[in-house]
Design a protein around this ligand. Structure first.
Ligand code: CU
Length: 151
């Protein structure tokens, strides 16, 4: 029965397209993370970012009450090993979309201050163009669902 909330969430994630005319900033959509186990010190957050404007945006830094450090990481294939590399400034060009997903670009929570509980939520603040701070809600999902995201 509890899976109903996920069905609702995924239909929201995949079938709802945020077309917001008049939106003068980045649109963050469907941010989620997976529940952590006790003692876990890192976590990952995935989100879709839409730039529906005719100007470029830069994400300068991220922060959250839930972790000491929050960084954007990309995955690089080096010497047959996948590595994570910090992205210092993420440029999102006019009319571009960025999809953060398992196995690819992600937001890394480092120094988790508390356990991420299935069904709860927390916030990440994105500093955009060094002036605007956007507070984005992140839903925590059951880790069993992780299998559905990685193929
Ligand atoms: Cu990472």
């Amino acid at each position: 029965m509890r899976n109903f909330k996920y069905i609702y969430f995924f239909s929201f994630l995949f079938f709802f397209h945020p077309i917001k005319s008049g939106e003068n900033n980045l649109v963050f959509h469907g941010a989620y993370s997976f529940e952590s186990f006790s003692g876990q010190k890192t976590g990952a957050v995935y989100v879709s970012i839409f730039n529906n404007t005719n100007k470029d945006f830069i994400i300068n830094s991220l922060s959250s009450e839930i972790a000491k450090n929050v960084e954007i990481h990309e995955m690089l294939f080096e010497n047959e090993i996948m590595r994570m590399k910090k992205v210092d400034k993420l440029l999102i060009k006019a009319n571009e979309q960025k999809y953060f997903q398992p196995g690819g670009m992600h937001i890394m929570l480092m120094g988790l201050k508390k356990e991420l509980i299935d069904g709860s939520h927390f916030f990440i603040n994105f500093l955009i163009n060094n002036v605007t701070e956007k507070r984005v809600k992140v839903m925590v999902l059951n880790k069993k669902l992780r299998e559905n995201f990685i193929e």
